[in-house]
Design a binder for this molecule. Structure first.
Ligand code: PEP
Ligand code: MN
Length: 348
């Protein structure tokens, strides 16, 4: 259940409600918004809401009918904004995360990072541990890849998002990355999700290949229930009967998630289509539909990429896409890195 406190409720009144909920066996999550405090009570036995309703300072008690609680808008009506240093994800600005599928060489990472920064990306993406369908495909450079990505991100003043595949990589990943990406194949790795709930590093949770939106939000709930509220969702296409594209990008997931949940939602049109020429139109559509950000594969030499070359944009294509997004975003009241960095005269 969700307990909405009155605007002028005192801290003692809030504490009294929390104590009663704890006594009833609930786990309590307090959210103090600009106007009022909201208390989420999950787990435990379903107590009688009337016992809470009569307490001083309580405005109303709502039952959360969705199976996910902390991820729901009933628990938290206002959007979650994930802050990483000076970066805000889920606010007015559309945040673009871009870079190679995998870190391959120092030259490739540097050239790609410089290109995405110039075009206006705020976060460098890049994999060091790669979940590949075949055990014979390139599996990533491991820690060496993380080192290359981190130093390029630092040189170009970008944040870094990289995929964690397994619990055993947690310490290493937290040392190098600002955002931990949970890939589609791991969306229901509940042991991993629980552990990510215990840390405070922001998590980008991709939608599973055949996951419903409800299953996806329940996976987010695992992380939130552990106390890590820095969760972002990423739609990356689902498997359907259509075989022309690698996956079917579910653009409708954006407004659906935004109605059901307060968590930021990003879109990955690269894995969502698997084809370079389809990435730009779907990225435009995602921003027009209200996505809080994009995750896009860009490679300095995609024809020789060791993974996902066919869906990776050339730097010049990414430049052009960013210029187009600068027209689309304001049309729906959003901002996006307003000018190419190069034109601002920033040099490194
Ligand atoms: C990736 O981002 O490179 C990746 C492997 O993504 P997904 O988990 O969506 O397939
Ligand atoms: Mn990839």
């Amino acid at each position: 259940m969700v307990v909405v406190m009155q605007e002028r409720a005192t801290d003692e009144q809030v504490q009294r409600v929390i104590a009663q909920l704890v006594e009833m066996g609930f786990d309590v999550h307090r959210s103090t918004g600009a106007l009022r405090t909201v208390i989420g009570a999950v787990g435990g036995r379903q107590g009688d809401p009337a016992l809470i309703e009569v307490l001083d300072g309580v405005k109303e008690v709502l039952r959360i009918t969705e199976p996910y609680k902390l991820a729901s808008r009933t628990f938290k009506p206002e959007n979650t904004v994930v802050g990483i240093g000076d970066l805000r994800i889920g606010g007015d600005e559309v945040i673009v995360m871009a870079g190679p599928c995998s870190a391959e060489t120092e030259e490739q990472v540097e050239a790609t990072t410089a290109a995405v920064k110039r075009a206006g990306a705020k976060v460098l993406r890049g994999g060091a541990f790669k979940p590949r369908s075949s055990p014979y495909s390139f599996q990533g450079l491991g820690e060496e890849g993380l080192r290359l990505l981190r130093s390029a991100a630092d040189r170009h003043n970008l944040k870094l998002v990289s995929e964690i595949m397994d619990l055993s990589q947690l310490d290493l990943m937290e040392k190098y990355a600002d955002i931990l990406q949970v890939g589609a194949r791991n969306m229901q790795n509940f042991t991993l999700l629980r552990e990510l709930g215990r840390c405070r590093t922001p998590v980008l949770l991709k939608r599973g290949i055949s996951a419903t939106i409800e299953e996806w939000l329940l996976s987010a709930e695992y992380i939130l229930a552990g106390g890590n509220m820095n969760v972002m969702l990423c739609e990356r296409g689902i498997r359907t009967f259509e075989s022309y594209t690698r996956n079917t990008l579910d653009i409708s997931a954006i407004p659906v998630v935004q109605k059901l949940s307060h968590l930021p939602i990003l879109v990955d049109p690269s894995h969502g289509t698997g084809r370079r020429d389809k990435v730009t139109p779907m990225a435009r559509a995602a921003v027009a539909a209200g996505a809080d950000g994009l995750l896009i594969e860009v490679h300095s030499d995609p024809d020789h990429a060791r993974s996902d070359g066919a869906q990776s944009l050339f730097p010049s294509q990414f430049d052009r896409l960013m210029a187009e997004l600068r027209i689309i975003a304001p049309a729906i009241g959003r901002s996006i890195c307003l000018e190419p960095v190069a034109r601002r005269g920033w040099s490194r």
